[in-house]
Ligand binder design. Sequence first.
Ligand code: TXA
Ligand code: MG
Length: 308
Amino acid sequence: MPVQVTTDVDAALDVIRRGGLVAIPTETVYGLAADAANETAVRRIFAAKGRPVDHPLIVHVAEPARLADWASEVPPTAAVLADACWPGPLTVIVPRAAHVLDVVSGGRASVGVRVPAHPLTTELLTRFDGGLAAPSANRFGRVSPTTAEHVVRDLGEVPGGVDLVLDGGPCPVGVESTIVDCTVDPVQVLRPGGIPTEQVERLLAGAVAPATGPSRASGMLASHYAPRCRVLLADTADEARAIAAGEANPLLIGDTDDLVRYAQRLYELLRRADEHGHSAVVAVMPPAAGLGHAIRDRLLKASADRAG
Ligand code: TXA
Ligand code: MG
């Protein structure tokens, strides 16, 4: 049976309450959501994605006041960031409350929480009155979905993959949330995303350190967010054109100063390259500022050597 794609929040709520999986629209990418307090339901997410079970999930909540429900304490840095950025593309890592399931936190002492900015998902979260554990709604290691159709293509054929897709249209930000570990002082940006690192630095008066330790977040693995075809990087549009000239059937992306649009369309274009049988994506790297940090990070991962 084809998976149900709908804008009906009642139907989505029903699936969540019954322990099912709903693909939810957010401002960043689509998430694959289950009741964060239902262990059986959360386990289904890992099976659907083919994701290692020790990778922690983000808990999505309706409003900033709900952060305290999932944290044993809210560090002042997390409070400042949540206050300024939520609803929006920011995830804070905080010490987890005792009731948070191991399957959600990957057995860690911390938990990631965010308030997404999308009217359908806000309505779902408000009426559910709980937390939704949700990773991006793609198969593990592949490009995140930014439309309902992407989700259907990735998970529609996977047995138990997704019970319902809540269709909220294309995601306006297009890259995942910025993850800030607030359990350490100074805080660390584990993954650049929709909130520019400079904004985090400004809000915390500069007290931000680079991420340390191997794979603090699964998105920090070298190869992630990858299409099947090769991804070649260039520093300028001229260089990109020169590289593309040596390719049989290249798809050139990023010849633009509009980083908002570049981020919005990035995953769509990486998918298109595979669907249209391009031999390679040739991408112009944006400057390392603002949304450029997140775009550069995803392009570097997409271009990483995937051998083994
Ligand atoms: O924009 C987003 O963040 C999207 C939408 C759906 O909200 N979600 C998303 O989830 O990108 P996911 O699971 O694909 O990436 C979340 C990242 C993972 O790399 C995970 O390892 C990291 O967050 N993470 C979650 N909880 C963590 C924790 N307690 N400590 C360290 N990293 C954590
Ligand atoms: Mg992901």
